[in-house]
Each structure stands twice: as structure tokens, then as C-alpha cells.
Design a protein around this ligand. Structure first.
Ligand code: ANZ
Ligand code: ZN
Length: 822
């Protein structure tokens, strides 16, 4: 009998057994279809930094759920893989001369073998893949071609970060405080032809779909709603004086304010700027435009940024009033949003008010506050009200005027109602090496030609130079770049942009359902069997980009009939961050707690239990070293208790005593509480504390004069079963010791007997100043305080206390309560 808890020994042994018996590998079994459960954690980027407990927490959360689901009889798919393309690999190549592939594969091996596997996560490792392998990224290329066919992939000019010294394009992450990460030269903007996915075509359905995602945190849905940013309003055309045929189209959410427009503003990039600027204004305007191009969008439009602009010398005509108003350009108008032009209404928009004050525009009021509401002093009135100075629309309610004026504009051919989204198309081009090559060629004769599917995968060449200078490293391989056109067989050049890494993570959940398929990205039946993902766990920092692209891709595939649901996952769980000494745990802050060190010192079950116990999974967690020791002591205690239980002599025929009834009650009560807490909100921390209570009760029971083997065993078995999702290795070991021949990982989750939960109650008489006034029923083990509260709350007794003050409550145990009142 090995009574000493030797975590490293048992952990290695059970991990080997799970692998040997392939217990977590799953296939599509038709008989289990209704019980299929797909648990997925956002897969890691195999960087040079090793995983710390902040990462491990996420995997532990999903693993605990996956294990719990198996015990509940679900058929669980729980995969793991590697989001393996990305910039750090390329930076390592530039800085240290290691090839990105070598660097990446070495990291994967370390993290998989020395870290993930050691934690005992119940993954089906046969489904593992890395997105940087051609077996995976060929399907990125295939999806690109499908999107292209559907008009959802296109090329247009867009700005990139450009380092003039290195003569190279920089990723956003390589720009630090506006300077190059390598040479610190000031970064410039350059326009290049780049590839985009037309996610804006899906804006409305991505927005509407959020309403049905009730398994997602409201916080994440709100972030996405805001990012998609739907605005309803009107597009209005302003004619331009002395420019017959020219029209400035503005987007406004407030067409009701149009009679109060005192200027019109174009974005500096707007094509009309060049056309409408007068000769006298050209110098100032060109200088302003150049300055704006150098600034980032954030700098230009942040609420703190001073609003500034210059007139271009042209005049627009208000389509409602016929008034002539000046045309300006200004920093705050975004070219990419709406129509890239706005009408300025100083009296009813705060930004316009400030701008008008600064540059001296008139501020005519066209909406009065409703009667009784004061107009603001020295500010815009932005709420609805009564229309004034607006001709035929006067006296209308301004909210009705929105529709009425839009209709008028429509009837008179100068406007229409319009919806705008803040969402922009997804720029997928990266001028880098370590990504999926975009499968198109550029032919002088045929233009842009997509590769035929049979030519996939288009393999990333290996022999490239990483200098950090000049064009993308792919340009250093002319034998790869120079090719023939699939259409005309003439000379052509390959596209040298690679795809954004988010492409890989947009459909990986589909690939896990059929990871070795070399005929298609996945088999439709397999996808239909497992999808949608039942539970997706990851960081809230992915609320926008990844989770939006993930939804976009899934919706695209759903439209083609490739996946069974429009949304990729039913439930989303975002875990809190792990802090150490008050700061977010990270390698760069030097406060990363290594899972390997914990495993060596305490075993991984301790690391898992502490991680889940220290705080609710959605909250931040403060790593406390003494807490780890506490978790370790708890497991040691459970260990000893199970062996003590096994050592009890059998005494058949013994009647059930009060202590026996109590330990049985505790065992069933813990079962109920853990089950309820897991069902409700993944309450791992409270679940573990219920298990601790059960362990305390078992300890007490074992110290009573005559504990019975039968009841101790029932409590011990439940202790082990309830602990199994959290501390799986300890649980497997003790389960075998308790005489079970199969894995606890698949043991049925215990149910509870409501009869066993009942406590014995006793009746007590309640006296007020010595006279019996009522009777109460309380649990036999109720303490003084509980009895007192129950007596004072008793319906029959209460009237006799009216107007009196309770001086003292005397309890005669088992018999009565006497309330002394004056
Ligand atoms: C006139 C007006 C009067 C406006 C008023 C508001 C209040 P959201 O809700 O964010 O969609 N706008 C339109 N296009 C713009 C652009 N490209 N760059 C910067 N601002 C732009 O905001 C829509 C409002 O933002 C529009 O309605 C327009 O100002 C401005 F009392 O038009 B409004
Ligand atoms: Zn051609």
C-alpha cells in the first residue's frame, strides 16, 4: 500500500496510461451523436516564451469542463493545436538568424511535450495540427479562392507603415511610439495595393446574430456591437458653387438639423479636395493634407486631439435653404467612414460647436428644447425638441422631422435614407514571410489571376534571406516569384504578400473535426457531427478581431452549406487574468510562475486545484504561493483519508447512528452543491470549497469512536468523483485503490439522494416572559444564534413582542426558548 502521496510518480503513470489506452481520442459514433460535446480553448501561439500559469489557467478551465462533461456521459471532443504563423518567428530570424520554421517547431515541441502534456489535459492529441504546415495552410489558400470567387476577396490601395531607413514595411507591432523597432527611424505611411476580405458585406448579420448569442458574455457582445457600429441616418447631396455637376455627399444621423448647417467638411483624403480647392488656398491645403497623412487615425480623431481645419475656398449650397456655406477640410473627418464628408451643425453637435467657436462660424438654432427644458449655455443642444427656422418643417417634433426631411430630400432627388457601419473590411495582406502565401499571380496580360485549386498548396519557399531591409523576404527568391500565368502560360509574378495570422484561427475549429483530410478542409458529415463548438474558452482581448473573423468565416461557410450553424460557438467563456504581485503575469515583467516548477515541487494536480480554487474563473486571480501550499495540503489530506477509509474493518449489521447519518448527508450535500455550482456558472472555486467541506466531515467522521466502513467509503468515493475534473491524477489513483477497475475519467458523475439531505428537526416551545406563545422547528444541530433568530421571527410569538424591547433570550437545549422582554 503506497500511503504517501507521490504526485510526480502517479502523474507520470496516469498520463502514460491515458495515452496508451487512447482514452481521450474520439470518433463520430452515431449512437452518441446527441451527446456530442465540443470543448475548445483558443489555441496558443508557440512563441519563444514558455507558457506560465496565466496561460495554463485557461486550459485548466476547459479541461475541467471537458472532464466533467465526460463523467456526465457526454461524448467529448477536446483538441489542441498551434497558431503557428506570426511575426515573432520572423523577428527571431532577423535578430538571431534562426529560420522561422525551425524556431516555431522547436517551440511547439517544448510547449507540447514539456508543458501541455505534463499538465494532464485530456486532449485528443491525434487531432493536433500547426497552422504553419502546408497540410493546414493549403486550406487557408483554398478558402481565399472561395472568398475570391464569391467577390469577398479584393485588392485596393491602403496605407502601410514604412521605415525609410530599413526601406521596409513594418507591421503595426513593429512600430514603437511611431518609430521603427530596429533602427528607431520615424515611420512613414505609404500606399500599397493590398488584399482585403469584404467582411462589411456581413456587417448587418454579424450585428443581428449577436442578439441570439445568449451563451456569450454581454460584455463581449457589447464590444462587438460597438465595433460594428451601426448608424442610421441620411445621405444628403450639397451642390457646389461654380462647379456644375459636382456634389458633396454627406452622411448624417441628424437630417433634422440640416437648416442649421453653417459649413461642410471633407476628409483631407477626399478626392474632391484636389478638384474644389481654389488656387489661392492650394498652398495651405496641401500643407494641411500632408500633415494629416503623417498622423495616425487615432491621433487625428482621439477625443483629446484639438479639432483643426482649413477652408479650401469652395462654397457648397444647402439643399434645404439654398444658402451658400464654406467648404473646409479637417482632422476629425474620416475618409473611410460614411461618405468621408460631413455637414457642420454647431448649434446641435458638440464637436461642431467647438469647431465653430474656434473658427467663427455662425451658430443658428434650428431645434428648441421642449417647453420647460432649459437650453444649454455655451454648448450645443443635442437632444430632440421642436423644429424652428426650418421653413415648412417648423413646429414639428425633431424626431418626426428626421423622417419627413429625409423623404423630402428623396422626393427632390438630393438625398436618401442610409445606414452606415463603422466596421471596415479586413486587411489580410502582410508584407512578411512567415504566413500563408496568397495564391494569386500577377500577369501582364491577364492581370490578377487566382491559382487553380489543383496547384495548392502553394508552398512557402524555405531558402529566403532575412535581413530586415528592403522588400518582403519572399522577393529574395526569384525562382519562386517568377512563374507562369495559369491562364495564358505567359510570364507572371507571384503575389508576395502573405495572409494575416487571423486567417488561420478563423476556421481552425472546423479543421479539428477532420484534421487529416487532404481532399477538403474537412468532411461535411464530421463537421455536422461536432459543430457548433459547445464551449469556447479564451481571453476577452480577442473580443473584436479574432471573434469577429471567426464569426464571419463561420457565416460564410454556413451559407455554402458546409457547417450546420451560422455561429461558430454556442457558449463563450472569457477567463480573468492571473496576477502576481499585483501585476499581470508575464515573462517580460519577470513575474511568470512556471507550471514546470510547480509540477516539480507539488505536482500538477496541486497547480490545477489552486488555479481553479483561488477565484471564480471569470475574475482576475492573484497568485499566492501560500495558497498553493494549502491546495497541496488538501490533496494530501484527501489521500490519507481514502487510505484510512480502506483500513476500516467491516462491521455488517451495525445500526445507523447519528454520525453515520451525518456523514452520509455531507456526502450527498457536497454532490448536490458541486453539481449545482458547475451547472450554474462554472463555479470551480465554490465547488472545490464544497469538496473541502466534505473532506473535513470525512476527517471528523473517521475520528469518531466507531466509524463504519460502509459510510466512510461512500463519502470517500464521492470525494474522489467530485475531485476528478480538477485533480484527475489523484482521482485516478484513489479510484483504483477504492477497487474500481476502470478510469474515473469516465465514471458516471454522482447523483444525490434528496432523502439523505434531510436533517433531523426538533421542536422547541417559545415563551415570552415565561408564557408559552408559539412553537418553532429547527435543525437538530442548529446553534444558539439560529434558534434565537427563528424564535424572534416566529409568527405566533411576534405580536407578543410588539412595543417591547428584547432584553435577553434564554435557550434550554432541546426544550424551549424563553424571551425576556420589557
Ligand atoms: C450632422 C449632425 C448634426 C451630426 C448633429 C450629428 C449631430 P455616428 O453616430 O458615429 O454614426 N460624421 C459623419 N461622417 C463622418 C466622418 N466620416 N468622420 C467624422 N464624422 C462623421 O455619427 C454620425 C455623425 O458623425 C454624423 O451626423 C456626422 O455628423 C458625423 F446635430 O451630421 B452628423
Ligand atoms: Zn496571364
Amino acid at each position: 500500500m503506497h500511503e504517501k502521496y507521490d504526485p510526480q510518480g502517479i502523474e507520470a503513470r496516469w498520463q502514460e496510461a491515458w495515452a496508451k489506452d487512447r482514452v481521450f481520442e474520439v470518433a463520430e459514433d452515431p449512437a452518441k451523436r446527441d451527446r456530442a460535446f465540443y470543448a475548445l480553448t483558443m489555441f496558443p501561439y508557440p512563441s519563444g516564451d514558455r507558457l506560465h500559469m496565466g496561460h495554463m489557467r485557461t486550459y485548466t478551465i476547459t479541461d475541467a469542463i471537458a472532464r466533467w462533461m465526460r463523467m456526465k456521459g457526454r461524448h467529448v471532443l477536446h483538441p489542441m493545436g498551434w497558431d503557428a504563423f506570426g511575426l515573432p518567428a520572423e523577428n527571431a530570424a532577423i535578430k538571431r538568424g534562426v529560420h522561422p520554421a525551425k524556431w516555431t517547431w522547436e517551440n511547439i515541441e517544448y510547449i507540447r511535450d514539456k508543458q501541455m502534456k505534463r499538465m494532464g489535459f485530456s486532449y485528443d492529441w491525434t487531432r493536433e495540427f500547426a497552422t504553419c504546415s502546408p497540410e493546414y495552410y493549403r486550406w487557408n489558400q483554398w478558402f481565399f479562392l472561395k472568398l475570391y470567387e464569391h467577390g469577398l476577396a479584393y485588392r485596393k490601395e491602403a496605407a502601410v507603415n514604412w521605415c525609410p531607413t530599413c526601406a521596409t514595411v513594418l507591421a503595426n507591432e513593429q512600430v514603437e511610439d511611431g518609430k521603427c523597432w530596429r533602427c528607431e527611424a520615424v515611420v512613414e505611411k505609404r500606399d500599397l495595393m493590398q488584399w482585403f476580405y469584404k467582411i462589411t458585406d456581413y456587417a448587418e448579420e454579424l450585428l443581428a446574430g449577436l442578439d441570439d448569442l445568449d451563451g456569450w458574455p454581454e460584455k463581449v457582445r457589447a464590444i462587438q456591437r460597438n465595433w460594428i457600429g451601426k448608424s442610421t441616418g441620411a445621405e444628403l447631396a450639397f451642390k457646389v458653387k461654380n462647379h456644375p455637376g459636382a456634389e458633396i455627399r454627406v452622411f448624417t444621423t441628424r437630417p433634422d438639423t440640416t437648416c442649421g448647417v453653417t459649413y461642410v467638411v471633407l476628409a483631407p483624403e477626399h478626392p474632391l479636395v484636389a478638384k474644389l480647392t481654389t488656387a489661392e488656398r492650394k498652398g495651405d491645403v496641401d500643407a494641411f493634407v500632408a500633415r494629416m497623412r503623417a498622423a495616425t487615425e487615432l491621433e487625428r480623431t482621439s477625443t483629446e486631439a484639438e479639432k483643426e481645419g482649413v477652408p479650401i475656398g469652395a462654397y457648397a449650397i444647402n439643399p434645404f435653404t439654398g444658402e451658400e456655406i464654406p467648404v473646409w477640410i479637417a482632422n476629425y473627418v474620416l475618409y473611410e467612414y460614411g461618405t468621408g464628408a460631413v455637414m457642420g451643425v454647431p448649434a446641435h453637435d458638440e464637436r461642431d460647436y467647438a469647431f465653430a467657436k474656434k473658427y467663427g462660424f455662425p451658430i443658428p438654432v434650428v431645434i428648441e428644447p421642449p417647453p420647460g427644458v432649459p437650453a444649454p449655455r455655451d454648448n450645443a443642444y443635442t437632444a430632440p425638441g421642436v423644429m424652428v427656422n426650418s421653413g415648412r418643417f417648423d413646429e414639428m417634433h425633431s424626431e418626426d422631422a428626421i423622417a419627413a426631411m429625409t423623404k423630402f430630400a428623396e422626393q427632390n432627388g438630393f438625398g436618401k435614407s442610409r445606414v452606415t457601419y463603422r466596421l471596415r473590411d479586413w486587411l489580410i495582406s502582410r508584407q512578411r514571410y512567415w504566413g500563408t502565401p496568397i495564391p494569386v499571380v500577377h500577369c501582364e496580360k491577364c492581370g490578377t489571376v487566382p491559382l487553380p485549386e489543383e496547384q495548392l498548396p502553394l508552398i512557402l519557399p524555405e531558402n529566403v534571406q532575412f535581413t530586415g531591409h528592403g522588400k518582403s523576404p519572399l522577393h529574395s527568391v526569384p525562382e519562386w516569384v517568377d512563374t507562369t500565368c495559369p491562364e495564358c502560360d505567359g510570364p507572371a509574378q507571384r503575389e508576395t504578400d502573405t495572409m494575416d495570422g487571423f486567417m488561420c484561427s478563423s476556421w481552425y475549429h472546423m479543421r479539428y473535426t477532420d484534421p487529416r483530410n487532404d481532399k477538403a478542409p474537412f468532411d461535411l458529415n464530421k463537421a455536422a457531427y461536432w459543430l457548433p463548438v459547445d464551449l469556447y474558452v479564451g481571453g476577452v482581448e480577442h473580443a473584436i478581431m479574432h471573434l469577429l473573423y471567426f464569426r464571419f468565416f463561420n457565416r460564410f461557410c454556413f451559407k455554402q452549406g458546409w457547417v450546420p450553424s451560422p455561429e461558430p460557438n454556442a457558449r463563450l467563456f472569457t477567463q480573468g487574468t492571473v496576477r502576481y504581485n499585483g501585476m499581470r503575469m508575464s515573462k517580460s515583467k519577470g513575474n511568470a510562475v512556471s507550471p514546470n516548477d510547480l509540477a516539480d515541487e507539488f505536482g500538477v494536480d496541486t497547480a490545477r486545484v489552486f488555479t481553479l480554487f483561488a477565484s471564480p474563473p471569470e475574475s482576475d486571480l492573484d497568485w499566492i504561493d501560500t495558497g498553493v501550499i494549502g491546495a497541496n495540503k488538501f490533496l494530501k489530506r484527501v489521500w490519507t483519508q481514502v487510505y484510512d477509509t480502506l483500513a476500516l474493518p467491516q462491521r455488517p449489521g451495525e445500526p445507523m447512528a447519528a454520525a453515520d447519518r451525518e456523514i452520509r448527508r455531507q456526502a450527498h450535500l457536497a454532490t448536490k452543491k458541486v453539481t449545482d455550482d458547475l451547472e450554474r456558472e462554472f463555479g470551480f472555486n465554490t465547488s472545490i470549497s464544497h469538496i473541502m467541506v466534505l473532506s473535513n466531515s470525512l476527517g471528523e467522521y473517521l475520528r469518531t469512536p466507531a466509524p463504519q466502513a460502509e459510510y466512510a467509503r461512500e463519502a470517500a468515493e464521492r470525494l474522489v468523483l467530485l475531485l476528478a475534473p480538477f485533480a484527475p491524477h489523484v482521482a485516478e489513483e484513489l479510484w483504483r485503490e477504492l477497487g474500481h477497475a476502470s478510469y474515473v475519467a469516465f465514471a458516471p458523475w454522482p447523483t444525490y439522494d434528496t432523502e439523505a439531505l434531510r436533517t433531523d428537526e426538533i421542536e422547541l416551545a417559545v415563551q415570552v416572559n415565561g408564557k408559552v406563545r408559539g412553537r418553532i422547528r429547527v435543525p437538530a444541530e442548529a446553534d444558539q444564534k439560529k434558534i434565537e433568530v427563528a424564535a424572534l421571527a416566529d409568527e405566533e410569538t411576534r405580536p407578543h413582542l410588539d412595543g417591547k424591547q428584547v432584553v435577553k433570550v434564554i435557550i434550554v437545549p432541546g426544550r424551549l426558548v424563553n424571551i425576556v422582554a420589557k
